[in-house]
Design a protein around this ligand. Structure first.
Ligand code: IMP
Ligand code: MG
Length: 177
């Protein structure tokens, strides 16, 4: 296990992102932070508390990766938002944009509900693996083309609670797909 981004650097960057989001959205218009489960929960918890204005928090859950490290090439909605988003600002909060398949899918289905605006905040961007173009408004860090874990990101359900962002060594996980 190799540390790529230590927790202190993550906290500094998330604080900057929160300040930027606070400045960008009119304070008197509702803002919904929509976290993509499961990976985004740690980032969402920190980002929400770095935003100095009222927000509504909701979650949706997609599946795409199963137990392995390789995308199935499709996204599926497992759990929808509880909140109606018509006419309100929505910020989708994601752990990592990898192939772009998940967010491309979510943007399409959520845009049909006519939100006032729909943007993406991602902790990590891994542009080397992109298969669908995705417009990202807020990016924490660019990720190398390696499988990363920690700060909410998992391998086969483990490592989400690591405070640092880490890379698994090749022998630490078998490719299952
Ligand atoms: P997509 O390929 O952009 O659809 O990414 C979908 C999801 O795959 C992300 O939200 C993550 O949960 C997961 N994912 C992609 N790359 C990694 C990684 O390096 N580590 C852990 N999870 C990943
Ligand atoms: Mg995810």
């Amino acid at each position: 296990m190799e540390t790529l981004i230590p927790a202190v650097a993550i906290q500094k960057r998330v604080a900057e992102m929160g300040a930027q989001i606070t400045a960008d959205y009119p304070a008197d218009e509702p803002l919904l932070l929509a976290g993509v489960l499961k990976g985004a929960w740690v980032f969402l918890a920190d980002l929400a508390r770095a935003i100095q204005r009222p927000v509504i928090i909701d979650f949706l859950h997609t599946s795409s990766y199963g137990e392995g490290k390789t995308s199935s090439g499709e996204a599926k909605l497992i759990r929808d938002l509880d909140t109606s988003i018509e006419g309100i600002h929505v910020l989708l909060v994601e752990d990592i944009v990898d192939t772009g398949i998940t967010l491309d899918y979510l943007l399409r289905i959520l845009n049909e509900r006519k939100p006032r605006s729909l943007s993406i905040a991602t902790f990590l961007d891994k542009p080397s693996r992109r298969r669908r173009p995705v417009p990202i408004r807020y990016t924490g860090f660019e990720a190398p083309d390696r499988f990363v874990v920690g700060y909410g990101l998992d391998f086969a359900g483990s490592y989400r609670n690591l405070p640092d962002l880490c890379a698994l060594a090749e022998e630490e996980g078998q490719q299952t797909e």
